[in-house]
Design a protein around this ligand. Structure first.
Ligand code: GRG
Length: 294
């Protein structure tokens, strides 16, 4: 039942992303490069979180769909840029050659820029087409813009890059994870909630929930980089060590890191108790993330 509901939401997102990116304009190559990475097989976790928090608060998920897709476009831009030679210099992403390996560095940079801008275009268009929801969409956009900026993923990426080959404290590592990973996960949950007309108390609880699962998600990512299977992961295993990246597994070893993922998730799930039965899907999704293999 959970898997079916997950698939349903992923398919909604997939269909809408195809609609958004079905652009037959010149220069064709840029749209091709953008589609290449968006449809390379991502899990769509962030958009599913966005739809689910909207649903949790009794909102109409169709109204959250453009917002969910905008987040996935922005997330995909960050992956393309993260893989560039000037950043992580990766050859594989989502099980396929990275964007710059296929299209060259210049087009990959522009495809990332194109996706970032398209994300905001989708949000602004949604607000213009639905003036009755204008304020809700604006609040969601504010969440997404903040998380995508220097207070979020860019700030996390800067510290991550400057910290290569450096031993970090728990606090320093937490800063990177909270910004690089948890920020956009938090924005996904809060944006969906805003579309449903969340109260500030709802937002406070959901933000705390999302922060915890975002953090757990990154620790799990660190673990998978050590014990994951390359084929399932869709990227190289052991790349953190190779790049001199300090991770939670360095500080806490595997067993303790795994315990932390479980504990953070349990604490996150407890926060959802206040929403009663409606929170079942989000709770199951949170637990599913502990078991993920990619
Ligand atoms: C602003 C250039 C720039 C980068 C921002 C997001 C980011 C920093 C870099 C991406 C690389 C990375 C490992 C980020 C941590 C977050 C994370 C685990 C991303 C992968 O997310 P998944 O597993 O990927 O949801 P899919 O492919 O399923 O969407």
């Amino acid at each position: 039942m959970f898997k079916e509901k997950l698939r349903e939401k992923q398919q909604l997102v997939e269909k809408e992303l195809h609609r958004i990116l079905d652009i037959e304009e010149k220069p064709e190559i840029i749209y091709e490069a953008m589609r290449y990475s968006v449809f390379a097989g991502g899990k769509r976790l962030r958009p599913v979180l966005c739809l689910s928090s909207c649903e949790l608060l009794g909102g109409d998920i169709k109204k959250a769909l453009p917002v969910a897709c905008a987040i996935e476009l922005i997330h995909t831009y960050s992956l393309i840029h993260d893989d560039l030679p000037a950043m992580d210099n990766d050859d594989l992403r989502r099980g396929k050659p990275t964007n710059h390996k296929v299209y060259g560095e210049a087009i990959a940079i522009l495809a990332g820029d194109g996706l970032l801008n398209l994300g905001y275009e989708v949000l602004v268009r949604h607000a213009l087409e639905h003036p009755e929801d204008y304020e809700r969409i604006l609040k969601a956009t504010n969440e997404i813009a903040t998380a995508s900026g220097c207070k979020g993923i860019i700030g996390g990426q800067v510290v991550d890059i400057l910290s290569q080959n450096t031993e970090l404290t728990h606090e320093e590592l937490k800063f990177i994870h909270e910004h690089k990973t948890a920020a956009l996960i938090e924005a996904s949950v809060c944006a969906g909630a805003y579309i449903a007309g969340a109260t500030e108390e709802d937002i406070h609880a959901l933000r705390e929930y999302a922060r915890l699962i975002g953090f757990a998600f990154q620790i799990k990512d660190d673990i998978l980089d050590v014990i994951g299977e390359e084929e399932k992961l869709g990227k190289k295993v052991g790349s953190d060590k190779e790049k001199g990246k300090f991770t939670f597994v360095n500080i806490f070893e595997l067993e303790k890191s795994q315990e932390m993922v479980v504990e953070l998730t349990q604490n996150a799930v407890k926060i959802l108790d206040r929403f009663g039965e409606k929170a079942l899907f989000l709770k199951e999704l949170s637990n599913y993330l502990i078991e993920r293999v990619n």
